[in-house]
Every structure is written in structure tokens, then in C-alpha cells.
Ligand binder design. Structure first.
Ligand SMILES: [Zn+2]
Length: 241
């Protein structure tokens, strides 16, 4: 099939049949006025039939403006804090299919040591965000990175195995905030048991006993031995034996 090229070529890709079919589907799914400001886009999209639901995919153009959140990470590893910014894109705004998804991540710090690795990490994470689909696996992957130096303890007794794992926690917090992830909490029975032990031990709010050990489930220094069971006062995990 011959195609006459009228305009300047600004972007190209290797064609295969499956990709072409997908590209056609995408072209149809694209909103009529992608450059319109958000409020106006909401209006334009109300008139569109519901079959035009936009999903996250790599070819989605970055809007001029994205809203996001910046999180501060302070570790005992460096005098300088790290600032993690995650920007979100809102798909199908103003419709019943409205969905907020992470689009890109940036990390800034005054401390430029190891910075090329951090930049590499953020570029790869951003690429995964833009691919769409389930991105929650990133959190698990990052959480399983262990610093040979042993990691460090945060306020509240949570053990962080590495800086990479802490970046994973920031992403987790963000995904929970925008509703793409839920955090596992102790169930009602576990919470009652936790409250009971905390009362017996006279724990202050938000603190765990000094004798507590690190919980294998949630990495918080909050597990105490009760009736032969190591019970975590943070997540409720309990191991007897
Ligand atoms: Zn726990």
C-alpha cells in the first residue's frame, strides 16, 4: 500500500501487523482535541460515545501540564534529602471512565553521588508507568533490594533495607493515594489483639516497645513475643512456634 507523505516526518517506528491494528484502534480512541485545556476537554469528551475510553499506552502524548506530588526522603545515609516527584495523567476526565495514573517520576537531590543510577532508575520506572497495565509490581521489586550496608531504621521503627526500597515505599504511598493500590491492614480480630497487647505493655500512641524485633512481614521493629507467638503490633502478623 502506497502512502503519500505530505508533512514532515517527526516520528517513526517499525511496522508489524499487530502494531498497525493497535495503532488504528488508538487513532480512533484519541480525543478530538488533545491540546485543549482540561476543563474544555471534559466538555468535548462528554459528547463522545463511551466506546472511546482511553487506556494507558506508550504512544499517549504528554500533555503540556501534569499535576503531581513531591515527597521528601530523609535518610541517615546522607545530609541531603531526596525529593521524589511523581506526576499523574488523568485519562478520560469528566467521564465515568476517569482514571488517574502515574505518568513519570523524577528524583532530585543536592547530593549528586550515585546520581547516574538514580536517573537511570527514574527513566526506567517512568517508561513502565507509560506502558500502562499493572504497575504495583514495581513496589515489590524495589522493596526487595537490600543494601549490603544493612539499611537503616526510620522514625516509628520501620526498617528500610535500602534507599531503593525507600523509593519503592514512596511509589507505594503515591499509588495508594491515587487509588491504584490498597495497603494491607490488620483485620478486626488482629487489631483487637494488637490493641490488647499494646494496653498491657503500656505503649504510647504510634510507638512500639523498645524490646520489639523487626517483623518479617512489614519490616517494622514492632514484633513482640506473646504466649509463644511472635506478634507484630504494626501489621498484626503472628508466627507461633
Ligand atoms: Zn508487621
Amino acid at each position: 500500500m502506497a502512502i503519500k507523505v505530505d508533512g514532515r516526518i517527526v516520528k517513526f517506528g517499525v511496522a508489524d501487523e499487530a502494531a498497525e491494528t493497535k495503532a488504528e484502534a488508538r487513532a480512533e480512541a484519541r480525543p478530538k482535541a488533545p491540546d485543549a485545556p482540561q476543563g474544555a476537554a471534559g466538555h468535548a469528551q462528554e459528547a463522545r460515545p463511551t466506546a472511546d475510553v482511553i487506556q494507558m499506552h506508550e504512544q499517549l502524548e504528554r500533555p503540556e501540564q501534569l499535576a503531581g506530588s513531591t515527597y521528601k526522603i530523609k535518610t541517615p545515609l546522607s545530609d541531603h534529602a531526596l525529593y521524589v516527584t511523581i506526576n499523574d495523567i488523568v485519562l478520560n476526565p469528566g467521564t465515568e471512565h476517569e482514571l488517574r495514573r502515574p505518568f513519570e517520576i523524577f528524583i532530585n537531590s543536592k547530593n549528586m553521588e550515585h546520581f547516574q543510577w538514580i536517573v537511570a532508575l527514574t527513566r526506567i520506572i517512568s517508561a513502565v508507568f507509560r506502558k500502562g497495565g499493572d504497575v504495583a509490581f514495581l513496589v515489590e521489586e524495589l522493596h526487595s533490594v537490600f543494601d549490603p550496608g544493612g539499611g537503616y531504621l526510620k522514625r516509628g521503627g520501620r526498617h528500610v533495607p535500602s534507599l531503593v526500597a525507600e523509593i519503592g515505599t514512596v511509589i507505594e504511598d503515591h499509588l495508594v493515594k491515587i487509588g491504584l493500590m490498597t495497603r494491607e491492614r490488620p483485620d478486626e480480630g488482629q487489631q483487637r489483639h494488637i490493641d490488647e497487647i499494646r494496653r498491657e505493655l503500656g505503649c504510647e500512641d504510634g510507638e512500639f516497645p523498645a524490646s520489639a524485633v523487626i517483623c518479617a512481614q512489614c519490616s517494622t521493629k514492632a514484633a513482640v513475643m506473646r504466649d509463644g507467638c511472635l506478634t507484630c503490633l504494626n501489621c498484626g502478623d503472628s508466627k507461633c512456634g
